[in-house]
Ligand binder design. Structure first.
Ligand SMILES: *Cc1c(COP(=O)(O)O)cnc(C)c1O
Length: 379
């Protein structure tokens, strides 16, 4: 008999919620019309897209005209960074980001370096925090954009985005944040935060894969990456992914409704994991002790091989990850763990447990037991 699985990799992706799936279903069958069409079927699809835009806008305290639907977090990050790089290239060609960003930001910046842009990768402290002073010192006359993630996908550290955005603005520089990990786990109000652009990914908050949002403040001129038809106010071409858009809109609304309950639940579970696992000799917490995502429990090991541990956990039906999904399978040590000061060996031996709303305390107890047993066997 197969064991019940315990899924602890919500930072990689979340299961789509039943409510979201129900809302999407008609748009795969009956309501298939092109939202740009004039007849009733098309108008129904169009109305559904605009309802989703309003749901997304409400969930961020933005205006519907400031919400653009994309194919995911990666596209939103690419668009924000390249879009500003291209539209402001005559003003300057210097961009500031951090050493701990997701590859969707880092590799976009590496691409721009090949085109002649200069990028500053800000360091972080041992807890993964970016300091306002470090940002202030890095801003130059030709800086056009600052892009700093709201919460890190590996270690869960939450950055002081409001203060960082303020610093950028005091110097006349635009500010983008990758809030893919934060949304649904941290309250987000774009008006209060003062950010100019913000990226979201549907599948990280119980919505469909292949859907994303870019919030772009009215008045910020962003060059298009996808040229063609007049969809998304003429700045992002292509027939809308109606079902996906309906799904991410609904997922936005659910995420905000369940935010506080979700946070309390996740915090209780991760606190248990952190308390129990750091009792084991050779296991250390990574990231900030308090300023961290409620669902993130991440560790590094001294003298324990995380690959072997993860394989053994998989046999017990427990699904976890090393650094992040995007570095899984690669033998390279995590760039995030290196940036917080771990050596190669430590940075290779990472374990990330990310919990979600469907996890239970009982599952955490089983996970801790399983890890204890595996480590004993390994020694
Ligand atoms: C998952 C993730 C992305 C990429 O989102 P996709 O929708 O999978 O393209 C970007 N940034 C962060 C921080 C992420 O965790």
């Amino acid at each position: 008999m197969s064991k019940q699985k315990i899924y602890l990799d919500h930072a990689a992706t979340t299961p789509m919620s039943a409510e979201v799936f129900e809302k999407m279903k008609p748009f795969f069958s009956d309501t298939f019309g092109n939202p740009s069409a004039v007849y009733a079927e098309g108008r129904r699809a169009k109305a559904a897209v605009e309802t989703a835009r309003e749901q997304a806008a409400r969930s961020l305290n933005a205006k519907p005209e400031e919400i653009y639907f994309t194919s995911g977090g990666s596209e939103s990050d690419n668009w924000a960074i390249k879009g500003i790089a291209f539209s402001l290239q005559d003003k300057g060609r210097h961009i500031i980001t951090t050493a701990i960003e997701h590859p969707a930001v880092l590799n976009t910046c590496h691409f721009l370096e090949k085109l002649g842009y200069e990028i500053t990768y800000l360091p972080v402290d041992p807890c993964g925090l970016v300091s306002v002073q470090t940002l202030q010192n890095a801003i130059r006359e030709d800086t056009i954009l600052v892009s700093i993630m709201m919460a890190n996908n590996e270690i869960g550290t939450i950055e002081p985005i409001k203060a960082l955005a303020e610093t950028a603005h005091e110097n006349g520089v635009l500010f983008h944040t990758d809030a893919v990990q934060a949304f649904g786990n941290v309250p987000i109000d774009v008006t209060d935060l003062g950010v100019d652009m913000l990226s979201l990914s549907g599948h990280k908050f119980y919505g469909p894969k292949g859907t994303g949002i870019l919030f772009c403040r009215q008045g910020v001129k962003l060059e298009s990456l996808i040229h063609g038809g007049k969809q998304e106010s003429g700045v992002r071409a292509g027939t809308e992914n109606t079902a996906g858009i309906v799904g991410i809109g609904e997922a936005c609304e659910c995420a905000v409704k369940q935010l506080s309950e979700n946070c309390i639940h996740e915090r209780e579970l991760t606190q248990f994991l952190i308390d129990q696992l750091t009792k084991i000799p050779g296991i250390y917490l990574t990231g900030h002790p308090d300023l961290r995502l409620p669902g993130n429990a991440s560790f590094y090991f001294e003298d324990i091989h995380s690959e072997a541990l993860m394989t053994a956990l998989d046999l017990d039906g427990i699904e976890v990850s090393g650094g992040s999904a995007c570095t899984a399978g690669s033998i390279n040590p995590s760039h995030v763990l290196k940036a917080i000061g771990l050596n190669d060996e430590q940075a290779r031996n990472a374990l990330r447990l990310t919990v979600g709303r469907e996890n239970t305390l009982d599952e955490m107890k089983q996970t801790v037991l399983s890890i204890q047993n595996i480590i004993e066997r390994m020694q």
